[in-house]
Design a protein around this ligand. Sequence first.
Ligand SMILES: Cc1ncc(COP(=O)(O)O)c(C=O)c1O
Length: 364
Amino acid sequence: MIPLCIPEIHGNEWKYVKECLDTNWVSSVGSYVDKFEKDFANFLNINKSVVTMNGTAALALALRTLGIGEGDEVIVPSLTFISPVNTIKYVGAEPVFIDVCRDTFVMDAEKIEELITKKTKAIMPVHIYGHPVDMDKLMDIANKYQLYVIEDATEALGSYYKNKAVGTIGHIGCFSFNGNKLITTGAGGMLVTDSEKLADRAKFLSTQTKVVTENKAFYHPEIGYNYRMPNLLAAMGCAQLENIQEYIKAKRENAELYNKLLCNVKGITLSVEKEWVSNVQWLYSIVVEDEYSITRDELIKRLAENGIESRPFFMAVHNMPPFKGSKHGSMKVTEELEERGLNLPSSVSLSKDDIMKICTIINK
Ligand SMILES: Cc1ncc(COP(=O)(O)O)c(C=O)c1O
């Protein structure tokens, strides 16, 4: 089976994790936690990073750090993994769903303004599959209406918008280190921000708002969370980060070869890269149009019969039972893409032969 997207582990992961085991520094404080935060911020060229136990925790923490809660509305795409939408509910706020662009699959910034009400507090762009949202347009609107911007950059680590790392443009950016992400810690996440004040607040909330008194007792002035990442996992993150440029290069080369081999297939719309971005192509994506000889779901079956794993695009969240009554704009493009979009194998270790095999079947 050619899998959709598996981790790549060939560096100092064993050495750093072993060091944690050998020294007993396995839990939520330790030198690798500090190092991972520092190295990650350096990689993105941002001031501060706060590690979390997963990407969902980072998103929930971001909302809480910015004081978003009961009675507030957050504009978020419906074509996304459900996690960012769930976190809006965790803090008691309401999602307002926005449509996406047909070519990039991400939030259509042109449609934000029509969804803004007196209750709108934040916009949550989700850079799915690696392509960045049009952040200049989005930030102009956010500034005009004084809204917070939380970037869900979990699928776009290694992507750039006008030379700025995705995740560093809004007030807070969030990342995931789940097993299928560009770098992995097994499970893990990161919140990043340029603001020292927001980073301190996020760290405080993520560590149970713990204040150590003079006699070493714990005092908690607010309700907090245990969203910490253990040193063991941070050690793995440090090792993964050492190879990140190699991973980015491999993903982009995969996409280049796919584009070359699929560009003449009638009815297959290829993944794009707007001139103002560098797309990490985390999951290489195509759209199966009517002109193609079989449907997207039939293609998934054919690929599987040939030992190739593929995955349909996310199902629209606004149609899921918990969000059926939520506000939304037109969902025309979202509903078209959920029917037609397809992710193809995209592991860093994917070989040229594998890509050729996949493309031959799609061509046939
Ligand atoms: C767009 C998006 N947001 C958030 C998450 C949540 O990350 P985690 O699984 O680490 O909680 C994921 C995926 O895992 C994701 O794809």
